[in-house]
Each structure stands twice: as structure tokens, then as C-alpha cells.
Design a protein. Structure first.
Length: 217
């Protein structure tokens, strides 16, 4: 009888441990509820992918919004907010901080390469600095992914350049920007005066010009 009880206790313990592991590995998907779902809805709503209520319930509208986001950014379009999708949205993925930092670093390098390909190295670092300046600015999202994926923020996100191979120099430029080098002088915008058609961007106070880009407030 004692052996039977001991076995049952062991079985219950293993079951509880397995349940914890499964819960830790759970993904936000159809039927999920909670704060993570609410954050996903909020960000996708800000970026124009989601039009429903921010209610923390992962329903059909949320799934379809996630699929739209995934398709737009070259992710597996399964409607499940897994680690790669959460990282792209700029939310914690359950991995270590170093992994999240690595994701930020790679995304920053990818945007620098796409936006400043052909610019001087200083110009590449400046583009990275603008992204980081936006993260720190009250008018923009507070994560690198949030800034990068903000609707209409960067041309490379709409013309496909973001999916091109990343230049080696862009990785170094991303690291220098993350380390605090800011050749832009605190700029939160930049544009190419030869191609920019917006009168609004041209009205911004200019800080400096580096290569083909004008950096401004």
C-alpha cells in the first residue's frame, strides 16, 4: 500500500513538472488569453494590422492580424505568435536577455544595411542611431522592433530591401550605434533630399548631412 502511495505521489509530481514545462513553452495562439495577447493586439493595432478590441483574447481577428504581419515580414504565416514572431513584434520570447539583445542587434543591422547600403560607414552608424533615438523618444515605440515595424516608418519595409543580404559593415555599425556612437547628433528622422517627396519631412530642423542623408529633429 505504501509503495502504491509513493508511486502515485511520484506520478503526480512528474505530471506537475511536465505541466509546468508545457506552460512555459506555450505559444500565444487561437484560444489563448492574457497580457501577452493584449500586448500583441496593441502593437498590431498601432501598426494597422489589427482592427479589433484589445481584450487579451486570441480570436480569429487576432490570428488573421498575426498572419498579415508574418507575411509582410517574411515569417512563417501560421497565425501563431511563436518566438520569432514575438521577437519581430518586439515582445519577450521567454529566452534570455542576451538572446533578445542578439535579436535586436540583428534587426538593427538588417535595417541599417537596407536603408544605408552604399553610404559611408559613419552614415550607416547614423541610421542605426536614429532608430535608437526613436526608442528613447516619447513619440515612438520603446523597442527596436517596435520602431522598425511601425507602419510607414522605413522605406525598406515596404520595398523589400529589408529581405536583402545584410552587409558586413552593417553589423559593425549596429554594434557601434548600440555602444552609444551617434553621428546624427540626436536626430530622430533622416531623408534623402533627392528622393523625398514629403514637404513635412523637409520642414524638420536639420542637424547634419552625412552622405546622401539629411538628419533632422
Amino acid at each position: 500500500m505504501k509503495k502504491c502511495k509513493a508511486f502515485l505521489i511520484l506520478l503526480l509530481t512528474v505530471s506537475m513538472l511536465f505541466s509546468c514545462v508545457c506552460d512555459a513553452a506555450a505559444l500565444s495562439k487561437m484560444g489563448s488569453r492574457g497580457n501577452e495577447v493584449r500586448q500583441i493586439q496593441t502593437r498590431l493595432k498601432d501598426w494597422g494590422y489589427y482592427n479589433g478590441n484589445v481584450d487579451g483574447i486570441y480570436g480569429t481577428q487576432t490570428k488573421n492580424a498575426v498572419i498579415k504581419f508574418q507575411k509582410k515580414h517574411g515569417l512563417t504565416a501560421d497565425g501563431i505568435a511563436g518566438k520569432n514572431t514575438l521577437a519581430a513584434i518586439g515582445l519577450p520570447t521567454g529566452t534570455s536577455n542576451s538572446s533578445n539583445s542578439n535579436s535586436d542587434y540583428n534587426l538593427l543591422a538588417r535595417v541599417i544595411s537596407a536603408e544605408a547600403r552604399g553610404e559611408t560607414y559613419r552614415g550607416q552608424v547614423a541610421v542605426g542611431a536614429v532608430i535608437l533615438n526613436r526608442v528613447s523618444h516619447a513619440s515612438f515605440p520603446d523597442t527596436i522592433a517596435g520602431v522598425v515595424y511601425q507602419k510607414g516608418a522605413f522605406t525598406c519595409m515596404t520595398d523589400g530591401q529589408i529581405n536583402q543580404p545584410v552587409a558586413d559593415s552593417a553589423y559593425k555599425a549596429a554594434q557601434d550605434a548600440l555602444n552609444g556612437w551617434d553621428p546624427s547628433g540626436g536626430a530622430i528622422y533622416y531623408y534623402n533630399p533627392k528622393t523625398a517627396q514629403s514637404s513635412w519631412i523637409r520642414s524638420r530642423p536639420v542637424i547634419t548631412t552625412i552622405g546622401r542623408h539629411v538628419f533632422c529633429r
